[in-house]
Design a protein around this ligand. Structure first.
Ligand code: ADP
Length: 514
């Protein structure tokens, strides 16, 4: 294969805190699992580096230790670690893991112990108190790994706050390495820092600067300090050679105070280096023609009987009346403020009164759990609520629902609207971030032009959301032929990783030439 538009094949190391197949809490895992595979198909040489969490060590993909040992200073103590190795599922892409049992071998779903947070006795999730030390260790380990593996990437692609200090250490420590040969090699590594969700910044008390081993002079508002906290994400933003985020609209939004979560100034300062690339879909895992989680398969040319069978199965599984004509609305989301659950609970009584069925799958804040439980208890014959993480059910909802709701307050890229379109399930979304960049609102003009793929609303108000769902339900009931067009338009879209990878490739290539 050829290296697309890049002048030569590139070497890329993607550093992330999760990747699908090994550890996943959100969309970042999908990116870290899929982008390197797509880049490899385009002729580039990629590797991934992750922490060795317990779920990665004991998961379905075999991981093996290497002989490479790490000795990393964190504060006044040196911690020992080791590199392990595996390959990304269905590929030859190497994945390296940073083992440090005290830092990373602690996650256990049954005990409420996650990758970054644990569930406290009051049911709320709290950050681990040693997150700063854990990810200082990881960031430095990433840079040590280049030397140990003798893998010198053209681009070191760091992601989210957990790797925010990678560009900082590269600049401040490794490019000043006392060994001239190594220094030269580190000088040739370029960095891209991708923000997947600006809400999560890795903020720590100023005293934690001591854990980083970095000079205190960096603790200032133009570098690592933000609102009197050490801020890992800001480190990535300020020190990386280029910054990207996961959609062009989100790239613009985070430069504003409303979306920027306090970092809009740092971002607008570097806006000429900030880009937006929408995430892709792994169509090998998300294809209604082959999806192993579905009771029947279908495709754009043969939607029936497969999709109606999936709908019936979903209704049965959820204990709802099996009724082909009831508009079935689906949601799969982390139940957090970002996902617009407040809008949903306020607008949903109207949908349910119109005769819609509502299926919600998610887990998150107990507050939203309670509001959704109240709603379900008031409409048990129309609504099904599953609190938990259930991948097979997520696939069945994408296939069995007629419309998929994403009333997000903000949505950096969003994957579910892309899965929905591929599954012929019409997305109803708020016009924000990646939702604005991927869903075209259904109007008489876009319907006639064959470009309509869903329904959008802008103001974050329950009434606006209700009206958008109202438009969808009216089209579904009154103009089934137009509804079918809408489904087919969505199914035809290409939001594959190959498309995203081509954009990342251009970004990397421009970065390497300067
Ligand atoms: P975010 O990264 O903000 O959570 P995305 O839409 O980008 O949102 O990606 C979320 C991913 O996680 C999707 O693949 C979605 O299907 C999956 N997901 C979220 N919650 C659940 C759940 N409770 N059960 C199964 N899959 C889920």
């Amino acid at each position: 294969m050829t290296a697309g538009v890049a002048a030569r094949p590139l070497k890329i190391l993607l550093a992330a805190s999760e990747a699908v197949g090994f550890a996943k809490t959100g969309g970042l895992a999908d990116v870290a699992g899929s982008l390197p595979r797509a880049l490899t198909r385009r002729g580039h040489s990629c590797a991934v580096i992750l922490p060795l969490y317990r779920c990665a060590r004991t998961g379905p993909v075999p991981v093996t230790p290497t002989e490479h040992r790490l000795f990393i200073p964190v504060g006044d103590r040196t911690w020992e670690g080791r590199l392990w190795r595996a390959t990304l599922p269905r590929s030859e892409v190497p994945v390296y893991f940073v083992e440090q049992p005290e830092f990373f071998d602690r996650d256990d779903r049954s005990l409420g112990l996650g990758l970054y947070q644990f569930t406290a006795t009051d049911g709320h999730k709290r950050d681990y108190p040693d997150n700063c030390a854990r990810f200082v260790f990881f960031c430095r380990a990433v840079l040590e790994a280049l030397r140990l593996l003798d893998f010198w990437p053209d681009v070191l692609h760091a992601n989210d706050w957990q790797t925010g200090l990678v560009p900082v250490y590269l600049e401040e420590v490794y490019r000043r390495h006392p060994d001239a040969t190594l220094r030269e090699k580190y000088l040739h590594v370029h960095t891209l820092f991708t923000i997947h969700n600006i809400l999560y910044q890795g903020r720590f008390l100023p005293g934690d600067m001591a854990l980083t081993g970095l000079d205190w002079r960096l603790f200032n508002y133009l570098q690592l300090e933000s609102f009197d906290r050490l801020n890992f994400l800001k480190g990535g933003i300020v020190f990386a050679n280029r910054i990207s985020t996961v959609s062009p609209t989100y790239a613009r939004e985070i430069q504003t105070p409303y979306f920027g979560e306090g970092l809009h100034g740092a971002l607008s300062e570097r806006r000429d280096r900030l880009f937006g690339i929408v995430n892709g879909v792994d169509y090998a895992r998300w294809d209604p023609a082959t999806d192993p989680h579905l009771p029947a398969h279908y495709s754009i040319d043969a939607i029936t009987p497969g999709k109606p069978l999936c709908k019936a199965e979903l209704q049965r599984r959820c204990g709802l009346p099996v009724d082909e004509r009831a508009p079935l609305l689906g949601i799969v989301a982390r139940l957090v403020e970002q996902k617009g659950i407040g809008l949903l609970t306020q607008a949903a009584p109207a949908f349910l009164e119109w005769g819609c069925q509502l299926v919600v799958l998610g887990e998150g804040d107990p507050y939203w759990h309670r509001l959704l439980e109240d709603l379900r208890n008031r409409h048990p014959d129309r609504m099904c609520l599953t609190l938990g993480f259930d991948e097979p059910l997520a696939h069945l909802i994408e296939a069995g629902a007629d419309a998929f709701l994403m009333p997000s307050v903000f949505e950096p890229s969003g994957l579910n609207q892309l899965y929905s379109m591929r599954y012929g399930t019409v997305p109803v979304v708020r016009t924000t971030g990646g939702l604005a960049d991927t869903v075209t609102d259904c109007t008489p003009a876009t319907l006639a032009a064959g470009t309509a793929t869903g329904f959008r609303f802008d103001p974050p108000w329950p009434g606006a959301f209700r009206d958008a769902v109202g438009r969808a339900v009216a089209l579904y009931r009154e103009r089934p032929d137009d509804w079918l067009h809408l489904m087919r338009n969505g199914m035809r879209q290409d939001w594959s990783w190959d498309r995203s990878a081509a954009e990342y490739e251009q970004l990397y290539a421009r970065l390497v030439v300067g």
